[in-house]
Design a protein around this ligand. Sequence first.
Ligand SMILES: Cc1cc2nc3c(=O)[nH]c(=O)nc-3n(C[C@H](O)[C@H](O)[C@H](O)COP(=O)(O)OP(=O)(O)OC[C@H]3O[C@@H](n4cnc5c(N)ncnc54)[C@H](O)[C@@H]3O)c2cc1C
Length: 555
Amino acid sequence: MTITDETTTAEHSDYTHQRPIPREDLVPDLNHVNAFTTDKVASQVIDTFAPWARDRAATLGGQVWDPRVLKNARDAQRYTPELRTLNRIGDEVYDIEFHPAYHELMALGFGSGAHSLAWTAEQPGAHSARAVLSYLWNQIDGSTACPIGMAYASIPVLRSQPELAEFARALEAEGYDSADVPIQHKSAATIGYFMTEKHGGSDLRANVTVARPVGKRGPGEKYLVNGHKWFASVPMSDCYLTVAQTEGGVSCLLIPRRLPDGRLNNLKINRLKDKLGNKANASSEIEYHDAEAFLVGEEGKGVRTILSSAEYTRLDFAVGSAGLMRAALSQALHYNDTRSAFGAKLSQLPIQAPVLADLALEWAGAAHLGFRVARAEDSRDDVSERLVSRLLTPVAKFWNCRRVSSVTEEVIQSIGGNAYIEEHPCPRYYREAPLNAIWEGTSNMMVMDVGRVLTREPKAIEPVLDEIRPAAAEHPLLAAALDEIDELVMAPEQTTRYLVTKLAVTTQAALLVEHAPTAVSDAFIASRLGTGWGPGYGTLRGVDFESIIDFGRLG
Ligand SMILES: Cc1cc2nc3c(=O)[nH]c(=O)nc-3n(C[C@H](O)[C@H](O)[C@H](O)COP(=O)(O)OP(=O)(O)OC[C@H]3O[C@@H](n4cnc5c(N)ncnc54)[C@H](O)[C@@H]3O)c2cc1C
């Protein structure tokens, strides 16, 4: 039979004993809405700081809720990558086989410029524009967001080493080339970051992998690497940045997967990890056996080199977590605005409206915070913006990546049982959410980093506080929070999660006062900095729920 919009479930179901149900009470999939043009925060960022990127953002925004893209995102997670160590005749190949959906996602993501626009656009606001693309991409898929973020972060590192120019060029290219051939023969490339070893990922100085020069030692020279890496995502990338001990100390090296003559470099992939989420992304355990590499930067400066690019991956995960919140919120509002219970739309019910408004506040704060850090990257020649970037990058990575898990959990609650079922995107969001708070530095590492900044560059706090002061003049709760921060930063060696949380929330509040409707900023300040609200979502009281929910709506 033909199913039409008017058909009732009883008519198109085999369960003929069911009583007919009006179709308007069943919530269809969220499809065919442009995630960029309907997003008030992302649109404002592009219109204000990078209007030249509007068409590009609108094109990617049109893909987010496209049914084919959604199916690819689901299939790529469901049919997980497999490692093939040997080919038919017994040669070691260490190939990863993916479902075609993964390759389609990679082609779409890398074709959008989300990995390189910041470095190639030569336009004002290029980091802001790229951040919006990444935010949109993270609404589609977190597994491919990993290689996209790593490519973004690696380009300045590779550009800084002239011998690696062809790697930088291939990574900048917009497009995806999955051929497993030397980078010299590729139209576009991907890169992995292999740092974590069995005994720990936070303390890179404890790495036991070693590298020795083939001839001359020094930047750009050839080395041979021996050792292991316990977490190595995207192992079929064309090259990997890694860290290893040299005579000069912990150093950064670039390892091509294939050598110029076509041979596979001397490394083995032992197995793929069976993970909680992020399942379409192959994460492996690998060994180097005299793997050929190029030294990047000076010997002994490896941690500094890696951390210089971690600034970008951390920004990317802060923005990506805001994107994941946005995707989850969009699902929550779509469902709650469509479905009725007890005679009203769910979003109008007096106990549900505060939940949805609270989730919208969390997303709005996270999105503004992430985009603010991206904006600081756009003005790195300005000393105070450089300090803003240095301090707020770990703050935003800490806070956005922590809050996204609670948002995805509450969104599932707000939709109910239908969001617990694998056909719905929410289980994917829920499993993805905790990861951003682990890789590229755990939450505690971000707190330590904030402490490091406040100790070594105490002036970094000033431009951040200066930006909050005008809003604090109008909002006593914000002024009181600033006083507390002033006191806490006097002892930077005692930096705690409490201080970093305060920095995050006060910065978000000031950004909302400047850029969002008053109903949103007032409710954010009252609930995040005042008393009289509980620790969970939905305990807001006495605020304009409908205006806040409306700010979060697609449209
Ligand atoms: C899916 C996935 C993919 C990954 N992909 C990659 C990859 O491609 N490349 C790569 O290099 N790594 C990768 N990682 C590893 C990731 O970067 C590490 O897990 C992370 O850096 C933390 O290291 P660890 O797990 O060894 O924890 P540890 O360093 O052992 O830390 C454990 C806990 O102790 C805390 N801790 C440690 N030191 C301190 C301290 N001084 N003070 C307070 N608390 C402290 C940490 O915050 C954490 O909570 C991946 C991880 C996952 C889950």
